[in-house]
Design a protein around this ligand. Structure first.
Ligand SMILES: Nc1ncnc2c1ncn2[C@@H]1O[C@H](COP(=O)(O)OP(=O)(O)OP(=O)(O)O)[C@@H](O)[C@H]1O
Ligand SMILES: [Mg+2]
Length: 260
């Protein structure tokens, strides 16, 4: 379980102080799929960075399986918002990296990498360097890298943001299939409310910066869910409307602040 206890973040860089995240309380159960949604700059990536242990909290605490996070969280696979692939390694070599670090035997690595490349539809691109891949392809390699060593928890920051509409639906279905078979804990950041509702057990709506939790909705639509068909379900539309009512004013506030 991930227990976020009044965790907040204030950045101090030079003379500038940015309150990125107000103290937030949230518990994410083992095997739960939780999406975070909120306007740009409200602290979603900052919260994932803190769960991943690469940015320290400046208030409160975060525990993963009852252990306080005080350094890189090795229990969680993290797909960051920015591309973190190494440009001098091929797609296959990037996917293999976490397995190499963990001392997995070479033959097992080769098999796993080819399985992961097939999973994300890139079996012919293993030998390509990141610069030779499209933005969406790089995102898929990063997802494959994250899944390759089978972590119990996945932190995914807008993983499907750069994908075209059809591929996005396919990847959503694939992620749900993986989640339903392995019951990983997933914390998923997205700007796409339809995606958040389709995938999640709960959707957490953040306010504009400094982000605080404005609303948490349980998504009790039956599973397995079909990402295309679910949008026409009456229960889905009701959830979408009520979550949009919470989200829209925050997006407007953030936009006004950006224009001010
Ligand atoms: N390392 C940093 N140093 C200083 N300020 C930072 C740093 N990282 C983030 N911030 C600030 O914290 C705030 C929240 O940023 P964050 O990246 O968490 O937002 P976000 O919700 O992920 O936005 P987006 O949806 O655009 O990705 C922003 O105002 C940002 O400028
Ligand atoms: Mg972000």
């Amino acid at each position: 379980m991930i227990r976020i206890k009044a965790a907040g973040k204030t950045f101090r860089t030079g003379g500038r102080i940015t309150v990125a995240l107000s103290p937030v309380d949230l518990e994410i159960g083992n095997g739960e799929f939780v999406s975070l949604i909120g306007p740009s700059g409200c602290g979603k990536s900052t919260l994932l960075n803190m769960i991943a242990g690469i940015v320290p909290v400046s208030a409160g605490a975060i525990e993963h399986d009852a252990r306080p996070i005080a350094g890189p969280n090795t229990q969680a696979g993290y797909m960051t918002q920015q591309d973190s692939l190494l440009p001098w390694r091929t797609a296959s070599e990037n996917i293999a990296l976490p397995l190499v670090i963990r001392g997995v035997p070479k033959s097992a690595i080769v098999a796993r990498v080819s399985q992961m490349l097939a999973l994300v539809g890139l079996h012919n691109f293993g030998g390509h360097y990141p610069a030779e891949l499209s933005g969406g392809m790089r995102k898929r390699v990063a997802l494959a890298q994250c899944l390759a060593y089978n972590p119990g928890t996945l932190l995914l920051d807008e993983p499907f943001g750069a994908l075209d509409a059809q591929l996005k639906l396919l990847m959503q279905a694939e992620l749900m299939r993986i989640w339903e078979s392995d019951r990983k804990t997933i914390v998923f950041v997205t700007h796409d409310l339809t995606e958040a509702i389709t995938l999640s057990d709960r959707v957490v709506v953040f306010s504009s910066r400094p982000g605080r939790i404005k609303e948490i909705r349980r998504i009790d639509l039956p599973r397995p869910r079909d990402p295309l068909k679910i949008q026409f379900d009456a229960g889905f539309r009701e959830l979408h409307q009520s979550l949009w009512d919470a989200l829209a004013p925050e997006i407007e506030l953030a936009r006004n602040e950006a224009l001010a």
